[in-house]
Every structure is written in C-alpha cells, then in structure tokens.
Design a protein around this ligand. Structure first.
Ligand code: TXA
Ligand code: MG
Length: 351
C-alpha cells in the first residue's frame, strides 16, 4: 500500500490504479472513500471484501460533473416533478454532500446497486476527488473507507489503521471538512425521502424543494432503525458507525444520569457549557475518588452543529483507545447537522 499526499502525480497514480481494477482511498469533503471503478465488477467485489460489507448494502457512485449523470441514471424514468427536483438540487447543492437515489441505467453493474433498480449518485465538493474521478474514467463507486459497521474515517491515518494493506493506495488530504457522510435523498417517489441524514440538512433541502419525509416518519412513528426503514435503504442497519467501546447516549440536559465513577469511561459533550456545569458538579467526586481523571471531550465549545459534525468521528477515533470501555455521549440539538450527529451516535449506541 502506498500512502501519498495529494499532488497531481499522486492523483494520476491513484486514478491509474482505479482504472486498472485496484482500490484507492481518497478524501472527499465528508469522509474518506474507498474508490473502485463503478463499471468493473471484479473491482467492486474487492470493495465488498476489503470492508467485509454485506452484498445487500449498495454503493454510492461518484461522478465528477453533472454532465456524466446520464451514464449512471436513467432520467427518462423520472416523473417531470422528480426531474425538476433533480435539476434544482443539482444546481444548488452539487458538488456537495448530497447523494441522490435515481433510477439506474441497465449498464450499471448489479453489484454496485445490490440488485436494486436504483443507483445512489453524488458529486463530491473536493477538487482532488473530482480530478481523481475524472481521470479514473468518470464513475467511481466509493463507500466510506472503513470496515463495515466501524467508525468512519475523517483522516488518511484512520484509513491506514482500519484497512491497511487491503487498499492499494491512500491519498492523504488531511482532515475532511464536513466530517459526516452525505445526506442520502430518494427522489424517485412522489414525496422525496431522506434515507440517511448527513452533510446537507433537511432544512436546506426543504427550502429548495419543499417538504421531505424521513425514513423515521415513513416507518410510522418508529425509529429509523426499524426493519421497515432497513428495507428501503438496505445499508441502514441499526448498529453502525460503532467504536470498539460501548457507547451510551444521554439527552441534552440529562447529565444527572451520568455515573460518578469515571474508571474506563469517556464523556463526550456536545457543548462547552453543559460540560462545564457537569464538571463543576463533579469536582468533589473526581478529586476524592481513587480513579484516573476522566477522559472528557467536547464536539463544539460554542454549541455549533457544523463544527460538532466536523469533529465527531475524529474525536470518537481519539477516545476509542484501549482502557476505555464505555463512552457516554451527549446528543446534539436536532436542527441542521445535529440530525446527522444524533443518527450516528444512536446507531453507535445500538449494539
Ligand atoms: O459521504 C459519503 O456519502 C461517503 C463518501 C465517501 O462519499 N460515502 C458513504 O458511502 O458514506 P457508504 O457506502 O458508507 O454509504 C452509502 C449509503 C448506505 O447507507 C447505502 O445503503 C445507501 O447509501 N445506498 C446506496 N445505494 C442505494 C440505493 N440504490 N438505494 C438506497 N440506498 C442506497
Ligand atoms: Mg459507511
């Protein structure tokens, strides 16, 4: 495996590897992806093997420009309303952290879409990623570059530690900007539906195309973890994005429920104010108790959901080290990217 910083030469090298059927990990604005030629079934099979990913969990196909969409999606199968929504979303949010579910062209291998008649497509807002995709042939299938179910990688080092020699080349572009995966939005039906909350908020999407459903609402008041939602988006399994340590979430103001003994535990706060209040209340407990000082981290000092999302996986990777058996994580407020943060934390807790 080669580990290279991003230059024109390393991008060209990674593109050559993908075009020849190999696997290249690369940064996007959301998380690092594990890229393979979307039209090469042997390469797609390597992606599933490297991630230990079940074949029923379809991949996102990354393209470099909207002109290439017709190679993947059969736009004639969309209603005129759906086509209008596609145009609005593409014009305003692409390149960016939005993945659209569209009817697929028959040429797209079944392995990429797990046999579904739809394909997930996105144009990443990372210029090196787009250059790579264009040079590699124009269509790169890329799941997050982590073993199935594990924490997503927001740094090249995470990919190296998680996948190692299963990847042919890793392009190092530093920390990713958004920090959570793209929002997956299905626009094939009458009412658009968010299958996975992510880097583009529901509010932003609704401001452009009107009301959208979430998988949770669709499953008749149940959580997005139900089998009903799982069938709509096959990869939406209840347990996902999980650290090795156990993780429990606590509600915004619910710090009283946190344990006073901190041995082997880490505390992840959404904001600095809640953390400081909790620390003040605990001061006595920690100084007198014969335990190591607690591991305490904060997603955003000033309670900013965008900053918190950018830090989420990075901090979970930092915390999830030997010696920590339990993580207590505070939920974010539900607005904006807070929905994506809470989705990831709740899935990490569902083990
Ligand atoms: O930000 C991202 O989306 C990152 C970067 C690398 O682009 N990629 C990513 O891929 O998160 P992955 O494979 O970890 O997640 C893809 C999600 C899964 O939940 C999968 O089930 C869903 O997209 N998906 C893919 N194709 C689908 C389809 N045809 N219908 C419904 N859901 C689909
Ligand atoms: Mg993933």
């Amino acid at each position: 495996m080669e580990f290279l910083s991003i230059t024109d030469a390393s991008i060209a090298k990674a593109a050559g590897i993908i075009a020849a059927g190999g696997l290249a990990a690369f940064p996007t604005e959301t998380v690092y992806g594990l890229g393979a030629d979307a039209f090469n079934t042997a390469a797609l099979a390597k992606v599933f093997a490297a991630k230990n990913r079940p074949r029923f969990d379809p991949l996102i196909i990354h393209i470099a420009a909207v002109e290439n969409l017709g190679k993947i999606a059969d736009l004639n199968c969309l209603s005129s309303t759906a086509r209008e929504r596609l145009e609005t979303l593409a014009a305003n949010l692409w390149p960016g952290p939005l993945t659209l579910i569209l009817p697929k062209r028959s040429e797209v291998p079944d392995l990429a879409t797990s046999g579904l008649q739809s394909a997930a497509v996105r144009i990443p807002a990372h210029s090196a990623a787009r250059k790579l995709i264009a040079l590699a042939g124009g269509a790169v299938a890329a799941p997050s570059a982590n073993p199935f179910g594990a924490l997503s990688p927001t740094r090249a080092e995470h990919v190296r530690d998680l996948l190692g020699e299963k990847v042919d080349i890793i392009l190092d572009g530093g920390s990713t900007e958004v920090g959570v995966e793209s929002t997956v939005l299905d626009i094939t039906g009458e009412r658009p539906r968010i299958l996975r909350p992510g880097g583009v908020s529901r509010e932003t999407i609704e401001a452009l195309i009107g009301k959208v459903e979430t998988a949770a609402e669709n499953a008749a008041g149940q959580t997005p973890d139900t089998e009903a939602a799982g069938m709509v988006s096959p990869g939406r399994l209840k347990s996902h994005y999980a650290p090795r340590a156990r993780l429990a979430v606590f509600a915004r103001e619910d710090t009283a429920a946190l344990p006073s003994s901190a041995d082997g535990s880490a505390f992840l706060f959404f904001d600095g104010e809640t953390r400081d209040k909790w620390l003040d209340g605990r001061r006595g407990a920690f100084s007198s108790a014969p335990v190591s000082p607690p591991v305490v981290k904060t997603l955003s000092e000033k309670a900013d959901v965008i900053e918190a999302a950018a830090n989420l996986f990075q901090i979970l990777h930092e915390i999830d080290k030997p010696g920590i058996a339990q993580i207590y994580a505070q939920l974010a407020p539900g607005h904006g990217l807070g929905a994506a943060i809470n989705d990831r934390l709740q899935r990490a807790a569902a083990r």
